[in-house]
Design a protein around this ligand. Structure first.
Ligand code: SAM
Length: 261
């Protein structure tokens, strides 16, 4: 066992001898090949889900696109017009570019994580006093509120950072496995789950309730798929898009900062 672990560590270190662009190319080719193989391992018989552990680990991510990303992207697409001007996004600028397009005049990347070389603003969002004021027309804050123990302070910082009429776009998971370690900096833990009702409540503590709108995404099939690892490519568009408010896979909240009167 020790030898296997050692060999794995050596292989992992060797990987860094390959130049970064070549590594990215090889990774994308491997992922494309895996997606082509998907048809051979498609979940068509759902009796495979009669089991005590997930059918596939890690949300099935190596096989295709995560189910929850379909809903996160649907929510952001529905708010596309608000992604404009000075835009900040947590961790990367992926969604700023994808949904803001030419409406964005300046883009920042927020992160507490010193290891994130792409960040343009180092910030601990729980420290509201040191957050910049009135800086952004839009902040994209996906899949992060659940990771911040003191999320009310983070929401107050995000409010402070918006210009008047600025828009905060947040997604959080509803039905989801616990996320452990790895991708999380900061306090490094999965703290919270929200429902549409509790999301509205916590946003209304900071924003005016009339400036908060909340949407939910998902249904029993996509919730089950998300827990067991089938990916977007294994479901039909109709199955992904069907909305059953009793199964909240993703909750999207849009909150606008009131113009001072
Ligand atoms: C899981 S990522 C999610 C963002 C990603 N764009 C997405 O949609 O999946 C969470 C990010 O929030 C950052 N983070 C965690 N706690 C934070 C805090 N208190 N202040 C600022 N950033 C924080 C983490 O370092 C990480 O980059």
């Amino acid at each position: 066992m020790k030898i296997v672990l050692l060999a794995r560590d050596v292989l992992r270190s060797l990987k860094y001898l390959v130049p970064k662009p070549l590594r990215a190319l090889l990774r994308s080719q491997r992922q494309a090949a895996e997606r082509r193989m998907l048809v051979l391992d498609r979940v068509t018989d759902w009796s495979v889900l009669r089991r005590l552990r997930p059918y596939r680990s890690e949300f099935g991510g190596r096989r295709g696109k995560y189910i929850d990303r379909f809903y996160i992207e649907a929510f952001l697409a529905s708010c596309g017009e608000s992604i404009r001007g000075n835009v900040a996004e947590i961790q990367s600028d992926e969604y700023t570019r994808m949904f803001g397009q030419s409406r964005v005049t300046h883009s920042d990347i927020l992160d507490i994580n010193q290891g994130n070389e792409n960040r343009t603003i180092s910030i601990d969002l729980t420290q509201t006093a040191s957050a910049p004021g009135n800086a952004f027309d839009c902040i994209i804050f996906t899949q992060t509120l659940l990771l911040i123990r003191d999320y009310p302070s983070a929401l107050r910082s995000l409010y402070k950072m918006l210009k008047p009429s600025g828009v905060l776009l947040v997604t959080v998971p509803g039905i989801s496995p616990v996320v452990r370690g790895g991708l999380i900096a900061g306090e490094g833990a999965d703290w919270w789950r929200f429902t549409a009702r509790s999301a509205r409540h916590v946003f209304s503590q900071v924003f005016d309730d009339s400036n908060v709108s909340v949407k939910t995404y998902g249904n029993v099939m996509t919730a089950t798929a998300f827990l067991h690892g089938p990916v977007q490519e294994e479901l039909t568009r109709q199955e992904l898009e069907f909305n059953d408010p009793d199964f909240e896979v993703i909750i999207g909240a849009k909150a606008t900062k009131q113009v001072a009167t």
